[in-house]
Ligand binder design. Structure first.
Ligand code: FAD
Length: 394
């Protein structure tokens, strides 16, 4: 077995390192930040991604750190009317083979970091930013901005939406601002009283906007992501605070579960949402891109990290099979391309579904959803089977 270099120590990069290690490879990760970590926000990990973590032996550690929602709901943002309520909890395990989990991003990174350190100690270089890479014989050398070099058999670009690996491979190309800005915050549940979110993942529909609420850390924290269509702010940063009064204005007249979360937030951060049209290719020679570097998507299906996690397994499994490296990388691209690109497109389409503006549009979109949920809820579950039932480790 060989050595995999991984550029980027986010959710995708750390999972890739663990997957390569699981398949018998040695690994080395370079992460440009001085420490591993994530922003103070939650993330939904659906059963398809949990299958990879379970195969890595991390299912229990993640479940212990996270929160298992009882269901997924869709509600109207202002009235709170419930459109759809799909059971999760044990029903998710029964139907899709693994649990649905909500977890604080910092807790997820901590579990991945600890597992990697235990299995492959000291293989993460921090404050180490990839600058460029070059082929040297049957190896690949990654050059860092400080002049250091790392040599391995393959280079995995898990360096996010502004990937330098993608840029060197495919040339400069800016991600596209989608016209959506996300507010997000995390609030201790005891501050919310009777307005605390139910123990479910809930998407609240509105005119040109939507919100998502869910619980973290055994139900002690509530997480809010609230997305508004606007074009006057395009900064992509998890740490850029916004003004509470602006968020309250955006969600004025909404259900108190959403507005109380905004009122009780110590800080509300704003993030301009970018994505990119599907790329022509993700691999070249001994190099592959994965996760947001390959297919950044709107968070409207909560699948960006899930796709990175699935990519990580498939990449490691293909590259560690017999045969030339380039063939293995191409097999990875072939296996993953349609799935990730389809979910990228569907995530974009969900913006239109969640943000219906006219009364007629709302009636013809949400009316049938409400009806199907009441008379044939199995239809809604069945629609999720290809997404949540997928097993990249099979
Ligand atoms: P990133 O998380 O961007 O990590 C890239 C890493 O590479 C970073 O650590 C960065 O510092 C490092 N890096 C960058 N350049 C270099 C370099 N040159 N050298 C070395 N290191 C470098 N997904 C879900 O599955 N479920 C959800 O519920 C969900 N909710 C979301 C909510 C919001 C509001 C948003 C914006 C996204 C959401 N996502 C969700 C998507 C998810 O956050 C991303 O898809 C996921 O984090 C991508 O992981 P990644 O490792 O590919 O990239």
């Amino acid at each position: 077995m060989g050595k995999a270099l991984v550029a980027g120590g986010g959710i995708g990069g750390l999972t890739a390192a663990l997957c390569f290690h699981h398949h018998g490879w040695s690994v080395e990760v370079c992460e440009k930040s001085a420490e591993l970590g994530e922003v103070g926000a939650g993330i939904q990990i659906s059963p398809n991604a949990m299958k990879v973590f379970e195969a890595l032996g991390l299912g229990d550690a993640l479940s212990n750190a996270g929160f298992r929602p009882e269901g997924i709901q869709m509600r109207m943002g202002e009235s709170g009317m419930r459109l759809v309520n799909t059971a999760l909890g044990e029903a998710a395990v029964k139907r899709w083979g693994s649990p649905y989990l909500h977890i604080h991003r910092a807790d997820l990174i901590a579990v991945l970091q600890a597992a990697l350190h235990e299995r492959a100690p000291n293989k993460v270089r921090l404050g180490a930013s990839l600058d460029t890479f070059r082929r040297e014989g049957d190896h690949i050398t990654a050059i860092l901005t400080n002049g250091d070099a790392m040599t391995g058999d393959v280079l995995i670009g898990a360096d996010g939406i502004h990937s330098v690996v993608r840029e060197q491979m495919l040339g400069p190309d800016k991600p596209i601002f989608t016209g959506n800005v996300a507010w997000r915050s995390v609030v201790p549940i005891e501050r919310l009283g009777s307005d605390a979110p139910d123990p479910v993942a809930c998407a609240w529909m509105g005119r040109g906007k939507h919100a998502v609420t869910y619980l973290l850390r055994g139900g002690k924290l509530a997480n809010l992501v609230a997305v508004v269509e606007r074009d006057d702010w395009t900064k992509e940063s998890w740490t850029e605070p916004g003004r509470r009064k602006d968020a309250l204005r955006d969600f004025s007249g909404w259900h108190p579960i959403v507005t109380r979360l905004i009122e009780e937030s110590d800080t509300l951060f704003r993030w301009a949402l970018f994505d990119r049209a599907p790329l022509d290719r993700w691999v070249e020679d001994r190099v592959a891109i994965m996760g947001d570097a390959a297919h950044p998507m709107l968070p409207f299906m909560a699948q960006g990290a899930a796709m990175a996690i699935e990519d990580a397994w498939t990449l490691a499994a293909q590259v560690s099979s017999d045969g030339p490296t380039l063939d293995a990388l191409k097999a990875y691209e072939k296996i993953r391309f349609n799935r990730a690109s389809g979910i990228q497109a569907n995530s974009r389409a969900n913006a239109a579904t969640f943000h219906k503006r006219t009364t007629l549009d709302r009636l013809i979109t949400y009316g049938p959803m409400w009806l199907v949920d009441k008379i044939a809820p199995q239809v809604l579950k069945k629609r999720q089977d290809p997404l949540y039932g997928h097993d990249a480790t099979a």
